[in-house]
Design a protein around this ligand. Structure first.
Ligand code: AMP
Length: 114
């Protein structure tokens, strides 16, 4: 797949406010935050969309979610609540084609989304 801006963030070629990192996952603040907390959890390996996941990625996706829930607990907003979203392709509102889990918290979020 072609590179996205997230690959440049992983390689530290452009700045980002990184809040979590391990061997396979990076998390950083969304540049256009939609809530007081808006963090993106991404695999370091570029995978374009949810549709590109295979059986071998089950562990990676699980760890992505667990990293987000650990972050929510560590930051103290887990009990109040938060939203995790992965947008897929055009109708899902995806704009960066490197899978990312949005974590939004810190305000009452409406449902359904627009
Ligand atoms: P999506 O629309 O689900 O693909 O989400 C892409 C997200 O990436 C948007 O919320 C953008 O604000 C965010 N974003 C784009 N470029 C950057 C960047 N350089 N640093 C942090 N977040 C970014």
């Amino acid at each position: 797949m072609s590179e996205t801006i997230f690959s440049k963030i992983i390689r530290r070629e452009i700045p980002a406010e990184i809040v979590y990192e391990d061997d396979d996952i990076l998390a950083f603040r969304d540049i256009n935050g939609q809530a007081p907390t808006h963090v993106l959890f991404i695999p370091k390996r570029p995978i374009a969309t949810l549709n590109d996941l295979g059986d071998d990625d089950a562990n990676l996706v699980g760890r992505l979610v667990l990293a987000a829930t650990r972050y929510a607990k560590a930051q103290g907003f887990a009990e109040d609540g938060y939203r995790c979203v992965i947008n897929c392709n055009r109708d899902g509102g995806q704009s960066v084609y490197h899978i990312h889990l949005h974590v939004l918290a810190g305000r009452q979020l409406s449902w359904p989304p627009g």
